[in-house]
Ligand binder design. Structure first.
Ligand SMILES: NC(=O)c1ccc[n+]([C@@H]2O[C@H](COP(=O)([O-])OP(=O)(O)OC[C@H]3O[C@@H](n4cnc5c(N)ncnc54)[C@H](OP(=O)(O)O)[C@@H]3O)[C@@H](O)[C@H]2O)c1
Length: 246
């Protein structure tokens, strides 16, 4: 059982989009939150401001999770500010769509470094530093199961996250730390909307049984469950939160 007095969560990439909704929700749940960003200092400060205005505790920390030492810096900041880490949400990710034939080495390396390298280093740091009873929650995508053209490298990085999730869950069982992944379908954020025409967005909405896009809060509630006391028996799972589209 996690000590409700001292619970701390790191949410990578929480200056906007799904991560910002998760940071706000976990703060409401009683966590002290490390809000992480690379470029969005103002947005991250706004998320911290919202949390503090609601009576919560949060700190904004700039760290590039694609770099070798980004994750260590985040855990160090959490230790120094809040005295330890109970939950890591590996949310930060990037998506650069192109057919494999046209994908540059740079786009490949960047997505691998962020979506896979960042999650790997988060998992490793978490495996060594998260307190017993803690949680590691990483982000995949429902696209992993769809094999859609142009999603090759992005989907591959997320499939690797799912593989590591299943394995780390078995490795960390003895430490009483659960490890799960959340795989959203289309969610209305900058990552999803960028470069899509209104017609394409409407076509995607039309394919969803619930006839709408997901919203960041639809995903934040799933993370809240996995991070909270009621989620403790869910371990080594990938939860496809997507309105039933796949
Ligand atoms: N939106 C969807 O439809 C969808 C569907 C399935 C899965 N997902 C996954 O859900 C996660 C969140 O996506 P989103 O839609 O919320 O994306 P988003 O709106 O683009 O937000 C991404 C966040 O990650 C941060 N970030 C990016 N690169 C980073 C890095 N190297 N180090 C630290 N922070 C970094 C950004 O901060 P800065 O702006 O400061 O760089 C931002 O706060 C991703 O893993 C994505 O793959 C999204």
């Amino acid at each position: 059982m996690i000590d409700t007095e001292t619970r701390t969560a790191i949410v990578t990439g929480s200056s906007k989009g799904i991560g910002a909704a998760i940071a706000r929700r976990l703060a409401r749940d009683g966590f002290a939150v490390v809000v992480n960003y690379t470029r969005g200092a103002e947005s991250a400060a706004a998320v911290v401001g919202d949390i503090e205005a609601a009576g919560g505790r949060a700190v904004a920390v700039q760290a590039d999770i694609a770099s070798i030492d980004g994750m260590r810096a985040l855990f160090d900041a959490a230790d120094q500010t809040f005295g330890g880490v109970d939950v890591l949400v590996n949310n930060a990710g990037i998506m650069q769509l192109s057919p494999i034939a046209d994908t540059s080495d740079e786009a490949f390396e960047r997505q691998v470094a962020t979506n896979l390298g960042g999650v790997f280093r988060g998992m490793r740091e978490g495996a060594n530093r998260i307190r017993p009873g803690g949680r590691i929650i990483s982000f995949s995508t429902s696209v992993v199961g769809v094999y859609q053209p142009a999603y090759g490298v992005y989907a591959a990085t997320k499939a690797a996250v799912e593989a590591m999730t299943h394995i780390l869950a078995k490795e960390l069982g003895p430490k009483a730390i659960t490890v799960n992944a959340v795989a959203p379908g289309p969610v209305e954020t900058e990552l999803f909307m960028k470069g899509k025409s209104e017609d394409l967005v409407n076509a995607i909405i039309g394919m969803n049984p619930l006839k709408r896009l997901g919203q960041p809060d639809d995903i934040a509630v799933v993370v809240s469950f996995l991070a909270g006391p009621d989620g403790g028996w869910v371990n080594g799972q990938v939860i496809r939160a997507n309105g039933g589209v796949v």
